[in-house]
Ligand binder design. Structure first.
Ligand SMILES: [Zn+2]
Ligand SMILES: [Zn+2]
Length: 331
């Protein structure tokens, strides 16, 4: 299995001479492995020679029985997850490079997008199935998108079923807004390019807040701001200054909650990950102290808000409240 992971799906199958498996996969720790090929390859640890596909005469049932007896979970491959908004934005961008003639299954552009989507998936903590966003899948998505394009619907060229409701929503959102599409796609690509996969893998994972849109930019942002090394330093500095106020709205937990709220504050990273330079480490000056409310608001947009953004909003909010204040209370 380690060899399979290191080699990758297709090279492993061709090395041991196994066809693409349809039904039986070994499932382990959220990953899946082609059962027959793994059993065949593992045979070299028994008598020094791997078993080739043609050596399996007795059908899949025997392999399944044997592997189950050894304690492995066997199952059919899981379905690939639905395309996310980020993924659809990137696919739409590629589609618009040439709607009349979308790049083919074997094109470099489709291969590059497949590669990028797999990296995003891994950065988001996913373990890719072997067919996850492969060139065929990416090409199919181009065709799903084309089925939404009125130019091709009018010409009667549509032979492909349009995608799901999110496909339609993303299409509708960006069809007349190509500059915004390019900017949003660039932000996603930059965020991924600026991220060192190995370094991020060492940072703690975090669950999204309820209602958080949860694209890859926000997920990477949260992992960066949970870097225990800088958090420790930031809290130490706050302690030394005796100041645990929210930097956006000045809320002080201790002032409101007494000893229960002493030294309680959250930490927010103010540089959105797509604007970081590749390989930069989080510095103390990148972090600000925020109360829980301000922090949740900062994470409510697709791109995390900076301190300046938040301060401006809090200010507008409070002056509007004062302006709207009338002698008759609504409460
Ligand atoms: Zn606040
Ligand atoms: Zn944050």
């Amino acid at each position: 299995m380690a060899e399979y992971e290191a080699m990758g799906h297709e090279p492993f199958l061709s090395q041991y001479g196994f066809p693409e498996p349809k039904r039986i996969w070994i499932k382990l720790n959220g990953n899946q492995y082609p059962a027959k090929a793994i059993a065949g390859a593992a045979h070299k640890f028994v008598d020094g020679v791997p078993l080739v596909a043609s050596a399996f005469k007795s059908g899949e049932a025997t392999v399944v029985r044997k592997l189950r007896k050894l304690g492995f979970e066997i199952g059919t491959p899981g379905r690939n997850p639905d395309w996310t908004r980020d993924e659809l934005i990137l696919a739409l961008e590629l589609y618009f490079t040439n709607p009349a003639n979308p790049p083919g299954k074997k094109s470099a552009a489709v291969a590059a997008l497949s590669h990028l989507l797999n990296k995003i998936h891994r950065l988001s903590g996913g373990v890719g199935g072997t067919t996850f966003r492969n060139p065929d899948g990416v090409y199919l998505k181009m065709m799903n998108i084309r089925a939404l394009d009125p130019t091709f619907i009018v010409q009667g060229k549509v032979g492909m079923k349009a995608g799901g409701s999110l496909d339609k929503a993303v299409w509708a959102e960006y069809v007349g807004r190509r500059i915004e599409l390019a900017a949003d796609a660039k932000a996603i690509r930059d965020a991924v390019a600026n991220t060192n996969e190995e370094a991020v893998a060492k940072l703690p994972t975090v669950e999204p807040y309820e209602g958080e849109e949860g694209g890859v930019i926000m997920r990477l942002h949260k992992r960066h701001e949970r870097d225990p090394r800088v958090i420790r330093e930031k809290l130490k500095a706050a302690r030394a200054a005796g100041d645990f106020e929210c930097e956006a709205c000045t809320f002080d937990f201790e002032a409101t909650y007494g000893p229960l709220g002493a030294q309680f504050i959250e930490i927010h990273h103010t540089t959105p990950v797509h604007m970081m330079k590749p390989g930069t480490k989080t510095k103390l000056t990148d972090l600000v102290l925020l109360c829980a409310n301000c922090h949740r608001m900062a994470h409510r947009s697709r791109i995390p808000l900076t301190l300046a953004d938040l301060k401006a909003i809090v200010k507008i909010g409070s002056s509007e409240k004062l302006g709207a204040c009338s002698p008759i209370s609504r409460h």
